[in-house]
Write a protein that binds this ligand. Structure first.
Ligand code: BG6
Length: 364
């Protein structure tokens, strides 16, 4: 319930600079420009033998898993993907001995994720856990893992656990990368980027007032899109998830690249779009898509970096601090938490106890 009259979700969002700091503590090695995750129980030879990474989680954990897959592919150049654990366990997945399976869960008790872990291990696969709750069922079922150190998360909508999951993946990608082909210079760049995150999250949180204004306008729409491309797409998925969970508005995530293959038909002055437009190699393409939306009268909220030129587009702009490109998704995610939170407040909902949802789903 509320602390000091503030919803729990709010206090948990505000704790993120501290929880990210905790997740990093003692795990960065400046000298060798790498990360040390002792709990993996894997030496350099075993890490080098990994040919593929498969990430499994549910809900927000699955979306962060997609961000994690990008981090691993970009930094370690190991093919990686994420799948909903709830789907994985119902198909007949091929379990490969040189694939590293990663289960990601705040509670460590989500039944779909737990049963996926048990199935993989039964078939001889190696699973590591990215888990917040120490000693939880998933943590015990895995071969090794990374504790997130986010502290207790009570609100149903995951915020501080989610950002520490991202950090966990970044550390894993860094360690995996540095036993393979990631250079010392890139390792240093990432170590410094990670160290800067707590202060940068604080900066995003300081922009709350502006985000709250944008949220009030969005709360009036019955239906909205969240769009992003490549690194930005899982961010859009997580943003839409949060928005629907607590505001009960229809929020649909789409790849910005696929807009013209379908959803543009729905764009109108009644259907706003929240667009994730980092300053990266795809900015121009993303800005071109914004023009397509604008030309159809679709209201736009753009989460971006200072310096991205949006020309004469009529948008509500939310700038986040620039990180290293691979780490951008974390800072782009934080304003979407505030956006969902303030939309839900404006609509008078109990953000800590969204209807029909449980904090963790532990029974089938
Ligand atoms: C869902 C919650 O049912 O479980 C989501 O409503 C959460 O918010 C998901 O992301 C996974 O939970 P966990 O504990 O495995 O991370």
């Amino acid at each position: 319930g509320p602390i000091d009259g503030r919803p729990r979700m709010y206090t948990e969002m505000l704790e993120q600079p501290a929880s990210v700091e905790r997740a990093l503590r003692g795990r960065l090695d400046e000298r060798f420009a790498t990360a040390h995750l002792g709990g993996l129980e894997m030496d350099a030879r075993e890490l080098r033998a990994v040919r593929r990474v498969k990430i499994l989680g549910c809900g927000s954990a699955y979306y962060v898993g997609q961000m994690g897959a990008s981090l691993i592919e970009e930094l370690a150049r190991v093919p990686a993907d994420a799948e909903a654990a709830s789907e994985f366990r119902y198909r007949s997945p091929v379990i490969e001995p040189d694939t590293l399976y990663v289960a990601v869960s705040q509670s460590g008790e989500t039944i779909d994720t737990l049963l996926a872990v048990e199935e993989i291990r039964r078939k001889g696969g190696r699973v590591i856990g990215l888990v917040n709750v120490v000693g939880s069922a998933i943590a015990r079922a895995c071969d090794g893992g990374i504790y997130l150190h986010a502290g207790p998360e009570i609100a149903v909508a995951s915020t501080k656990a989610l950002t520490t999951m991202f950090v966990g993946f970044a550390l894993l990608a860094l360690q995996l990368g540095r036993v393979r082909d990631l250079s010392v210079a890139d390792g240093r760049r990432l170590v410094a980027g990670l160290q800067n995150l707590p202060a940068q999250i604080e900066q995003v949180l300081d922009g709350e007032e502006r985000i709250a204004q944008a949220a009030k306008a969005l709360a009036e729409a019955e239906s909205l899109f969240f769009v992003g491309r490549v690194r930005g797409f899982p961010v859009a998925r997580e943003g839409a998830q949060k928005f629907k969970e607590i505001s009960y508005r229809h929020a649909e995530a789409y790849q910005m690249s696929e807009l013209k293959h379908g959803p543009l038909a729905l764009i109108s002055p009644e259907v706003p779009t929240v667009a994730i437009v980092p300053d990266d190699e795809l900015t121009d393409r993303n800005v071109a898509a914004l023009h397509e939306i604008d030309a159809r009268g679709g209201p736009l909220v753009v989460v971006t970096h200072a310096g991205v030129d949006l020309g004469d587009l009529r948008v509500e702009r939310i700038d986040v601090p620039r990180s290293e490109r691979e780490l951008d998704p974390l800072l782009l995610t934080v304003p979407l938490q505030l956006l969902a939170y303030h939309a839900a407040l404006a609509l008078g909902h109990d953000v800590d106890k969204p209807r029909n949802l449980a904090k963790s789903v532990t029974v089938e």
